[in-house]
Design a protein around this ligand. Structure first.
Ligand code: ASP
Length: 558
């Protein structure tokens, strides 16, 4: 925790300047982004003027700028009659017509002041005690504190999971999972599912209606899609390379396991490229919302966004309405995101109880190669950020780590679309115009982590069954995996369904899935984290190269 304090005498002629200089200097020393500094200094100035109006002439005013767990706040305390912040921010839009110019100017100044307070009102809190007003201005959000909470939740979840599997009777563990952990996780996932449809739709309509022409949209779309394909191909090659070098499956676990495992893979999920393309156009307007089908929502938003611009007198009204609805669902996202640590805890405990320690150990070799590939992909994104985006990758990873942890815990690219969009706009400073289509699109078509796991697991199982995959089969496998990743839905376990198709493609019996099924929940966590990291990296690169990124926010915030 950091704290900076200053007492200023209101009888000094330059008191206002002294106060604002101190606040600005302190906020900058805490590496607060410039925009936030300016907003907070402006608001502080208005509040100091209001406090001074209610004080004795030589009263003292205390300022305290403090940072606690990532939360930055400015507290201003002064004696005097109680300030009503609501009254300060209320103003009437009369035309101010009057004969006295000074009165007009004063009135205008009062309106401007109340406008500033009104626009920043939610950051303001006043407490009145013992004849003193204490104004608290929230400068920055508690980004780091929620990150700390999420990490703590993941670690506690791991510990609790190990305790439940090893020290607690099975029936008790089952009861806790069925009646406490699973319901909490389901409620959270459902809450996210409520907002995926509206967040994607309204932000996209708002975004599409802002594009001046279709060629601008088309160019950016092609760039995003091209980079998504590039990272997918790189992921496949990296997985192929490391699988060939380390040869997991040649050594280690026995083949006998394969036949003894019961296989229960839900092959109803359609992952083919053709059906993905055909399915982009929904057969009714409501279904995409009900099923949170991102590609169909993108299509609906595209036609609505374009139509909004062509409505003449209704265009402005409708676009305001969509913007307001967009804000509404983004605010709901922020509210739901507060429960991420709790959901992460439940997910990890459930995963540990489901997987059990032994299964993990027996497949350690294959899993190790998978992790090396994921680490390599994270490096590849870093290189793309440097080479194409001229962006500092360390800053990028620092900013998105919470999104990575959330997708890791929830194993679903689709469910994390709203929170990832928020991270891209608020922390990376990328324009919502880009984020609102590139993140939902990436959640469906860009699955680098899934590609890696399909190739590593596919080749591992082929080796376990003594089937050699070389030359044309290998090429066909890579093409299948790339196409599957385009059609694979961003939901937990979708990769396992795709693995069944890959195995058929290379002639490995489908029962082989039983071998890797036990560790699939862990594979899914790392894979999903890689998937969404790829989406955000590509969005950042395109944002930078297209001039759709506020570098001030990218460099400074949180
Ligand atoms: N769960 C992953 C995702 O949502 C897909 C997979 O199973 O690999 O991105």
């Amino acid at each position: 925790m950091k704290k900076m304090i200053r007492t200023v005498n209101l009888s000094d002629s330059g008191y206002l300047r002294e106060c604002t200089d101190f606040i600005e200097g302190s906020l900058r020393s805490l590496k607060t982004p410039s925009k936030m500094v300016m907003r907070s200094v402006l608001l502080s100035e208005e509040m100091i003027v209001a406090l001074a109006d209610r004080c004795e002439e030589n009263a003292e005013l205390d300022i305290c700028v403090n940072k606690r767990m990532g939360d930055i706040r400015v507290d201003i305390t002064a004696p005097g009659e109680e300030i009503d912040t609501d009254a300060l921010s209320s103003f009437s839009m009369d035309d101010g017509s009057g004969s006295d110019m000074d009165a007009d100017d004063r009135e205008m100044e009062r309106k401007l002041r109340s406008l500033i307070i009104k626009s920043q009102g939610e950051k303001l809190k006043n407490t009145y005690k013992n004849g003193y007003n204490k104004i608290s201005i929230a400068v920055g959000k508690a980004e780091r504190s929620s990150l700390v909470l999420t990490i703590t939740a993941l670690v506690l979840g791991l510990i609790a999971g190990l305790i439940l599997t090893n020290l607690v009777p099975e029936t008790v563990t089952e009861g806790i999972c069925t009646y406490a952990l699973q319901p909490v996780k389901t409620m959270f996932m459902n809450a996210l599912k409520i907002i995926v449809g509206p967040v994607v739709f309204f932000s996209l309509v708002t975004c599409f209606s802002q594009f001046k022409n279709l060629s601008e949209l088309g160019r950016i779309f092609a760039k995003v899609m091209g980079l998504y394909m590039l990272t997918t191909v790189l992921a496949s090659l990296i997985a192929l390379g490391f699988s060939t070098i380390f040869q997991p499956g040649v050594w280690g676990a026995g083949l006998g396991m394969a036949t003894t495992q019961a296989v229960n893979v839900n092959t109803n999920t359609d992952t083919s490229l053709l059906s993905t393309i055909v399915g982009i156009i929904p057969d009714n307007f409501v279904k995409p919302f009900l099923e949170a089908n991102t590609l169909q929502l993108i299509f609906l938003a595209l036609i609505c966004g374009l139509a909004v611009g062509a409505l003449g007198e209704y265009s402005a009204k409708l676009s305001n309405l969509f913007q307001a609805l967009n804000e509404l669902f983004l605010t709901i996202t922020t509210m739901i995101a507060k429960f991420i640590p709790l959901a992460a805890f439940c997910s990890v405990v459930l995963m540990v109880v489901k997987v059990g320690g032994e299964a993990v150990v027996s497949l350690l070799g294959m899993f190790g190669v998978f992790l090396i590939c994921i680490a390599s992909m994270l490096t590849v994104y870093g290189i793309l950020l440097i080479l194409i985006g001229r962006l500092n990758p360390l800053t990028f990873y620092r900013k998105i780590r919470e999104g990575m942890l959330t997708s890791f815990a929830l194993s679903s690219s689709s469910a994390t679309v709203p929170t990832n969009m928020m991270i891209c706009t608020e922390r990376l400073g990328i324009s919502p115009k880009l984020v609102s289509f590139s993140i939902p699109l990436g959640a469906t078509v860009n699955m680098d982590g899934t590609c890696v796991s399909l190739i590593v697991s596919g080749l591992f199982l082929a080796r376990m069954y003594g089937i050699s995959v070389t030359g044309p089969e290998l090429a066909s496998m890579v093409v299948t995996v790339v196409l599957l990743s385009l059609g694979c839905p961003g939901v937990p376990g979708a990769g396992l369904v795709c693995l069944g198709i890959v195995l058929q493609n290379i002639g490995v019996p489908i029962e082989a899935i039983g071998l890797v099924m036990a560790i699939d929940p862990i594979r899914d966590m790392f894979g999903t984290m890689n998937n969404v990291t790829g989406d955000m990296a590509v969005t950042a690169v395109v944002g930078k190269t297209e001039g759709m990124m506020d570098m001030d926010i990218y460099k400074n915030a949180g």
